[in-house]
Design a protein around this ligand. Sequence first.
Ligand SMILES: C[S@@+](CC[C@H](N)C(=O)[O-])C[C@H]1O[C@@H](n2cnc3c(N)ncnc32)[C@H](O)[C@@H]1O
Length: 259
Amino acid sequence: MKKPAWVVDKERARRAAAAQTVWLFGLHAVRDALLNPARDKLRLVVTKNAADKLADAIAVSGVRPEISDPRRFVAPLDSGSVHQGAALEVKPLDWGRVRDVCAPGGTEAPRVVLLDRVSDPHNVGAVLRSAEVFGARAVIAPARYSAPETGALAKTASGALERQPYLRVQNLASAMTELREMGYTLLGLAGEADLPLGVALDELRGQPVGLVLGAEGPGLRERTRATCDKLVKIPAMGTFGSLNVSNAAAVALYASVTT
Ligand SMILES: C[S@@+](CC[C@H](N)C(=O)[O-])C[C@H]1O[C@@H](n2cnc3c(N)ncnc32)[C@H](O)[C@@H]1O
């Protein structure tokens, strides 16, 4: 059967987005990408010094490095990037579908982090790093209004971008519904909630949990709040109740794997 035009257009849009390339920079981010067999690597530009430091990873990757004069190095990057003499042009990773990546199974109680329009690449990179450290199945974010895979994000993730599934979905509420159908309880993190995170986690021992965090300024959107099972707070002792979103994610992930 012939596909309707909008399906074809969506597919074309998805293919076009997937064909876009990204410059990763910094020794950690470039090394881990070179070592990732799933990563499409297009161009490696390095100073002699960085090439020496990355020699093992370059050999494993089979990518031919272009040695650059350090003074001309900024050319392929945003001005001001702290590149440490290493830049790698890549295609974004495709981690697959929520249903496949997050399906419960095995012995551990899976954890997933959902970000509601978190747009700062440094925040998303830091969340990916914490998610990797605490063994989360995935970090899920809406494709629009959230940070895409960029060099700045990869640098903050410090290599975690290559290991931690980062799924950008068309619709966050649909992904939340899908997770709930798979048995996840969704805890919305909101500083003004009454229920402490630890109390909620106590009742969910051994069960799949999704931790839903809001954007830097506005927090959780109304629809996202309404799609959560419970709203929970990280109790604050000081006068300043609100944490940076990546710090809130790290605290919540730690609590969720130790409770
Ligand atoms: C910088 S905060 C957003 C502040 C925003 N004005 C608000 O009212 O939510 C970003 C996100 O971090 C999480 N967060 C920060 N502090 C928290 C706390 N004490 N308890 C629970 N979540 C917190 C929430 O998910 C929040 O949406």
